[in-house]
Design a protein around this ligand. Structure first.
Ligand code: HXC
Length: 259
């Protein structure tokens, strides 16, 4: 079915897919339909062997200004639990391929959480990040209290979550929330350049490396090291490992096939 609130370009560049959130009048507020469309697109792109890296973007004014307040305003706790929107977020989190957020303008509340669910963030100079839920009587619900704290530390995360204030792209860079900040006319291109660099690598190795880095969030050091080692061994079952190492020895560029 054709998506209404996102556009998907599976081969925007060689091996790179682009998903653009597309509810511009509502600053890409994340209603349930949009999130479902995003989940379905990511599942499909994960299964597409031609795609190695996925870039997720919004538009110049907004990456996403949060979950759709108008859709949530009248709901009760049981309604919210029944809808179980976080199973959608959990599925998005399980995307195997590297996911880069290209952020311009507002990345607030669920929008900031969505950017943080991605593996890397490229921001335009105009980007603003924040968790303003406290100002509307709630709190972050899609990982904001956890991912922000891990990314920028307790003191800063506590201030952002308790005051709801926004930070600039430059502050987000200084605090380790984003990978790079570029002029607004460059943010998508810069994300594409980063994606292109990664798309040259063995897709099997990038997926296992992503999985292993993410495991650092969820395990003790010794469990994480054990997990990393298993993935490292497993990569020696791939043709890409032979190709990569032989190419080095033969002083040529590797040609990775994802096998
Ligand atoms: C629904 C939203 C929205 C949102 C903006 N809009 N954000 N609609 N949900 N989160 C709508 C506005 O109602 C308005 O529609 C239109 O988008 C343009 O927004 P304006 O407010 O007119 O623009 P501006 O004055 O430039 O202010 C931009 C803004 C502000 C600072 C981003 O819109 C704002 O504060 N938005 C809410 C941010 C927020 O609180 N996010 C957290 C949501 S809770 P109309 O029809 O009036 O023109 C959340 C919880 C996540 O994310 C939990 C897990 C999923």
């Amino acid at each position: 079915m054709q998506a209404e609130f996102i556009t998907v370009t599976p081969q925007y560049r060689k091996h790179i897919a682009l998903i653009a959130l597309n509810r511009p009048k509502e600053l890409n507020a994340l209603n349930l339909q949009l999130m479902g469309e995003l989940r379905d697109a990511l599942v499909a792109l994960d299964e597409d062997d031609e795609v190695r890296v996925i870039v997720l973007t919004g538009n110049e004014r907004a990456f996403a200004a949060g979950a759709d307040i108008k859709q949530m305003a009248g709901k009760g706790a049981i309604d919210m639990a029944k809808v179980d929107q976080f199973s959608t977020w959990d599925k998005i989190k399980r995307t195997k391929k590297p996911l880069i957020a290209a952020v311009s303008g507002f990345a607030l509340g669920g929008g900031c959480e969505l950017a943080m669910t991605c593996d890397m963030i490229v921001a335009s100079e105009t980007a603003q990040f924040g968790q303003p839920e406290i100002k509307i009587g709630v709190m972050p619900g899609a990982g904001g209290t956890q991912r922000l704290t891990r990314a920028i530390g307790k003191a800063r995360a506590m201030e952002l979550v308790l005051t709801g204030k926004f930070i600039s792209a430059q502050e987000a860079l200084n605090w380790g929330l984003v990978n790079r900040v570029v002029p607004v006319e460059m943010y998508l291109q810069s994300a594409m350049e980063l994606a292109a660099e990664i798309a040259q690598m063995s897709p099997i190795a990038t997926q296992m490396a992503k999985e292993s880095v993410n495991h650092a969030y969820e395990s003790s050091l010794s469990e994480g090291l054990y997990f990393e080692r298993k993935n490292f061994y497993l990569l020696f079952a791939s043709e890409d490992q032979k190709e990569g190492m032989n190419a080095f020895i033969e002083k040529r560029q590797p040609d990775f096939k994802g096998k």
